[in-house]
Write a protein that binds this ligand. Structure first.
Ligand SMILES: Cc1cc2nc3c(=O)[nH]c(=O)nc-3n(C[C@H](O)[C@H](O)[C@H](O)COP(=O)(O)O)c2cc1C
Length: 195
């Protein structure tokens, strides 16, 4: 096995009391238990970027940072071998905060894999399919396998205890497969970037 892969979990909801936090706790604990990767979290709610206002696109002005927030987030994106995005769905789309984050960077994300965990009435599927188009333009690889938490499962997750454990237990095989594929791509693309 190669050395530990660095996976950055990106949380896209910016709400104060958000469902995302239940999923973040579950995902980070499962990823940490695996022992074959390092987990870090980038929370879009804490991202201090202006609405995109740079004079030149990041694909051209590569790693030319305009402020400390860009520099520090850029370094965290750069350090990751792959990303796992926890995406909400608003009005059949993904979060505006996540789009603003992605628009600020290019070289940091290029030729890296990204996997999606979605939640909503149809498991965030519409947001995920839109995100696949966006990440393709950033020269990223989106992992085929996804994890979905459906609207009817929200009350059990919110209730916590056995009810939440049951929902998460049903999703764990799927999460494992998705992360296995994410790591496969992380290794393959890291080798390719280094070559
Ligand atoms: C403005 C708004 C629009 C929403 N639109 C959708 C939607 O299109 N599809 C969906 O499945 N859920 C939709 N929802 C419900 C969200 O899935 C639900 O509120 C979820 O908890 C949001 O995630 P968060 O709490 O982590 O922010 C919407 C919620 C809000 C606040």
């Amino acid at each position: 096995m190669t050395d530990l892969r660095r996976i950055l979990v990106i949380v896209s909801s910016t709400r104060t009391e958000r469902f995302a936090d239940h999923l973040l706790a579950w995902v980070t604990s499962r990823l940490t238990e695996r022992g074959d990767l390092e987990v870090e979290v980038l929370d879009v709610r804490d991202v201090d970027l202006p609405l995109y206002d740079r004079p030149r696109p990041p694909a051209v002005a590569r790693r030319e940072y305009m402020n400390d927030a860009e520099r520090s987030i850029g370094a965290r994106l750069d350090a990751a071998d792959g990303y796992l995005v926890i995406t909400n769905e608003y009005n059949h789309g993904y979060s505006a905060g996540l789009k603003n984050l992605l628009d600020h960077f290019f070289a940091e994300l290029e030729h890296k894999p990204v996997a999606f965990l979605g939640y909503g009435n149809v498991g965030g599927s519409r947001a995920i399919e839109q995100l696949r188009q966006v990440v393709a333009e950033l020269s990223m690889v989106s992992v085929r396998e996804t994890v979905h938490i459906l609207g009817y499962q929200f009350p059990s997750v919110r209730a916590g205890g056995d009810a939440a454990r049951e929902v998460f237990a049903s999703l764990e095989p799927r999460l494992t497969v998705m992360v296995d594929h994410l790591l496969w791509w992380a290794d393959a693309l890291r080798a390719a970037r280094e070559a």
